[in-house]
Design a binder for this molecule. Structure first.
Ligand SMILES: C[C@H](OP(=O)(O)OP(=O)(O)OC[C@H]1O[C@@H](n2cnc3c(=O)[nH]c(N)nc32)[C@H](O)[C@@H]1O)C(=O)O
Ligand SMILES: O=c1nc2n(C[C@H](O)[C@H](O)[C@H](O)CO)c3cc(O)ccc3cc-2c(=O)[nH]1
Ligand SMILES: [Mg+2]
Length: 298
């Protein structure tokens, strides 16, 4: 059984490759929840929904959120009603989020997501990192911003001094999922706001130290492929490079996969991570994703 730690975008791209070459029923995806928040009265678990839609092959893989071909009648009507939404939420996507909100209020987030993934015919388990609510606050030069205000309203422009989120408990079977796995894959998601919130949960780092853990760097050269990971790493004093990512994961990482662009960093990173593998990690096509998955799983 393979455990995968996931945020949005980067890891779901890799999951598209993994699920094509490895039995989906053998995958347990542990997903970040600290970007979750209510929007227009509906609970939005952005990274969970991106993973669900990716596993169900309905993801909009231009934006890496929402459902391919979705309509936006409610989003546009809210705009006309002077209730503009920060997130551009599609109509089918909203239905899924409303379903999750209803189920969650009855059964908690983990059970709600498990009911949803079964109804979507997904064989892999999708496990929220926690059933408790915690939100990232981004400390910037224009004040403390919620993650989506920083990301969408301010287009990640403000200077970042740091991020914080309240301590929460891991959801019930995360530790045993990690301990029972032959391998833990940390996908190329944002190390600071997608992966570390999972690692910092009570007992997770210890479980990772006792597991075989492989990670893929989300940084190629001195920038992330997308999103604000570089700003967050810089604000916490990490070098914005694959070496910086290795420094974040070094206490539990066994193997680190970096891009060919960063070949020159291999020797340096081998001083802090046992095994470093250099390959193409820029996933543009499904064969890029399957090839990277093959290299990780061999
Ligand atoms: C908004 C989102 O960024 P963010 O919330 O910071 O990060 P996520 O965890 O949601 O994922 C983005 C993360 O993924 C990396 N990424 C994306 N595509 C690739 C790829 O083809 N190869 C690779 N090695 N990493 C990839 C990216 O650098 C980000 O750090 C967002 O960007 O959508
Ligand atoms: O940058 C954006 N991210 C949007 N996201 C993605 C999400 O807010 C972040 O980009 C996450 O970091 C992705 O991991 C959505 C996620 C959903 O589940 C539903 C709708 C959206 C809409 C947006 C959006 O309009 N802009
Ligand atoms: Mg994200």
């Amino acid at each position: 059984m393979i455990a995968i730690l996931s945020g949005g975008t980067g890891t779901p791209k890799l999951i598209q490759g993994i699920k094509n070459i490895h039995s989906p029923s053998d995958l347990n995806i542990i997903v970040n929840t600290v970007e979750n928040d209510y929007f227009s009265g509906v609970y939005v678990a952005a990274d969970i929904d991106t993973v669900l839609y990716t596993l169900a092959d309905i993801i909009n893989d231009e934006t890496w959120y929402g459902i391919k071909g979705d309509t936006f009648f409610t989003n546009e009507s809210l705009e006309k009603l002077d209730c503009p939404e920060l997130l551009r939420i599609g109509d089918q996507d909203r239905a899924t989020k409303i379903q999750k909100t209803i189920l969650m209020e009855k059964y908690g987030l983990s059970k709600a997501v498990d009911i949803q993934r079964k109804k979507m015919g997904i064989e892999s388990k999708v496990i929220p990192m926690s059933d408790e609510h915690s939100e990232i606050i981004v400390k910037t030069d224009i004040g403390h911003l919620k993650f989506h205000e920083f990301l969408i309203k301010h287009q990640t422009k403000p200077k970042v001094f740091g991020i914080e989120y309240t301590d929460i408990n891991p959801s019930s079977n995360i530790i045993e999922t990690i301990e029972n796995s032959e391998m833990v894959i940390i996908g190329p998601s944002n190390p600071i706001t997608s992966i570390l919130p999972i690692v910092n949960l009570e007992g997770v780092e210890k479980a990772l130290k006792n597991s075989y853990v492989v990670a893929v760097s989300p940084i190629i050269g001195d920038n992330p492929v997308s999103g604000p990971a570089g700003k967050f790493m810089g604000s916490m004093g990490y070098e914005v490079s694959s070496f910086g990512v290795a420094s974040i994961y070094k206490s539990f990482l066994d193997k680190f996969v970096i891009d060919v662009v960063d070949t020159k960093l291999k020797n340096n990173i081998e001083n802090i991570i046992e095994e470093v593998l250099v390959t193409n990690t820029n996933m543009k096509t499904i064969s890029d994703k399957e090839e990277l998955a093959r290299i990780l799983l061999e």
